[in-house]
Design a protein around this ligand. Structure first.
Ligand code: ZN
Length: 285
């Protein structure tokens, strides 16, 4: 049996798996009694019959290739703090081939934990979540940024579901540049229709769940740097709306967007709502 230096207990801990007396709830199947056991630096689920070492565990839980799993364990890969700094400084990281991630979104998986967040906590519409091809694993929701055609991947963002304060809530896959979110909606937009501009993907989900057509533009500079075609489509659309986040960055984004999009109509959130997602959720409670 081949052995390597990765400690399965440490790796399991980073994956959010809680081991007690060498047993844990299996993160792969819908486990209610701890079916996964840990012995000799390996795991085995006695219910779904999977087994392996630390690398295999990361591969299965994070849906990664062997190389990506090692990358993740080494602290360079997705879902770690390191890749956020790499993403915010794209010139220093090597460009990545996003095709290798297509499998994640071809057959999206919504884990129990992700379902709890998206449907119970955020009250999002199931059709919206499925149309956006959101996928998930035990710790993260994977958010694909598709091009206008609805299948070319431009970027991938992760939403962390855990509560480890050292892990960023949102981060882009290493080497990905931020892009406009939900571009495919532009292809369906009629002249007279309203288009809402959200600050982030999660506000965009709420707007879409409320029946609006929406995109997300995380920063105003993105409009200047994105492909001219998209910018023209947005700039020439007459009915643009925004609910700025109720904080300084939200107002700043609105003001910057307004300079580039004079037709942009601002709507205020009711008092006590920090962003549209919050407003939407309160309306559902
Ligand atoms: Zn299992």
């Amino acid at each position: 049996m081949k052995q390597h230096r990765y400690d399965i207990h440490q790796v399991a801990h980073r994956l959010g798996i809680r081991i007690q007396r060498n047993k844990a709830l299996c993160p792969i199947h819908n486990d209610h009694r701890p079916s996964m056991t840990f012995r000799n630096n390996r795991f085995r689920c006695w219910s779904c019959s999977i087994s392996g070492d630390a690398i295999d565990l990361v591969r299965m839980v994070m849906k990664l290739s062997y190389i990506e799993a090692i990358d993740w364990i080494e602290g360079n890969g997705i879902g770690t703090c390191n890749h956020l700094s790499a993403a915010s400084n794209p010139t220093t990281s090597k460009p990545i081939n996003l095709d290798q991630y297509s499998y994640l979104f071809a057959n999206p998986i919504i884990t129990n934990r992700a379902a709890g967040f998206l449907f119970d906590q955020r009250r999002l519409d199931k059709t919206v979540v499925s149309d956006l091809h959101l996928s998930s694993n035990h710790t993260h929701i994977a958010i694909p940024y598709f091009d206008l055609d609805g299948h070319t991947l431009l970027s991938i963002q992760w939403r962390y579901l855990g509560c480890d304060p050292s892990v960023p809530r949102f981060s882009f896959v290493r080497g990905c540049r931020p892009a406009i979110y939900n571009l495919p909606v532009l292809a369906t937009l009629q002249n007279a229709e309203d288009l809402y501009i959200a600050e982030g993907s999660s506000d965009c989900w709420a707007l879409l769940s409320a029946g609006m057509k929406a995109i997300a533009i995380p920063s105003a500079t993105l409009l200047k740097t994105c492909q001219a075609g998209y910018m023209d489509m947005i700039r020439h659309h007459r009915h643009l709306h925004i609910y700025p986040d109720a904080d300084m960055p939200g107002m700043k984004l609105y003001q910057e967007l307004k300079q580039q999009l004079p037709q942009l109509v601002m709507h205020s959130l009711p008092e006590g709502c920090k962003d549209y997602a919050d407003f939407y959720k309160q309306g559902k409670d």
